[in-house]
Design a protein around this ligand. Sequence first.
Ligand code: SF4
Length: 312
Amino acid sequence: MATTLYWAQCGSCGGDSMAWLCLESPDVVELLDLLDIEVLWHPSLSNQSARDHLALLGSIAANEQPLDILVVEGAVLRGPGGTGMFDTFDGRPKKDLIGELARRARHVVAAGTCASFGGASGEAEVEASGLQFVREEQGGFLGPAFRSGSGRPVVNLPGCPVHPQVLAGTLAALCQGEELALGPYQAPATWYGMLVHQGCVRNEYHEYRVEDADFGTRGCMFFHLGCRGPLAFGPCNKLLWNRRSSKTRVGVPCMGCTMPDFPRDHPLFDTPAMADIPLELPAGVDRAHYLAYKGMAAAAAPDRLLQRQTRL
Ligand code: SF4
């Protein structure tokens, strides 16, 4: 029997859907075929009438239509005053619909940072929430104890947007009943157990503290240009985007879009620093040791790196 999937769009820009539709090798249609997924509803792929859509929701709620996978894109908007009326469907707060669908689904997947952590929607203004987190704090819209029909918590796939291959891999694991180990923040360890920094082609510059203070050169962007690659867990430099590149490979700092505090309240292309040392150090690094190590490494930087040459 086919695996059924419903894709709900809440407070979002739709970017996760757009990235998903750009999946390659296999493309979305091939993947759905391969995994035998029946899409009950997706805002960009479905053409049912509003009446048919409502009937479908009614049959899921009544337990007549099985729902295997619920994918939620965007933050759940609970405002104003907890009513959810900032985001409605057929006159009902969409948050009620999400709650209903989540209780029926075998698996619940949060696609993107807004669905995972509340993200860019600004919690204070619209009472935006992730499904099981609000920023770093566990709980969120469904509460910390929520478990889907399979016994799993929400599977968080942060990213702005989520990498389409991460979503494809997650769907494949869920459809095939494979183990999907979740790490911190309930994100699959396979893709979120590594840092964006790992695999960045500027690693050697970072090692010797050869810094970029402006765009368009070849140094590391951690020290002045706001790169959060050493702090952000995600596969951007492993899977690459469009199978070809990543932000840091083309000279744009990692903005840490997989992190629960994204977007932070600080200019994106600036590194908050004290005495020329970033306030946020690479994950797990001790400040005193880092100061000593980076000072020595900078002094030892080879000329070819200082000259931004890749060969001797
Ligand atoms: S540019 Fe960013 S990701 Fe690349 S080496 Fe520097 S800190 Fe790491």
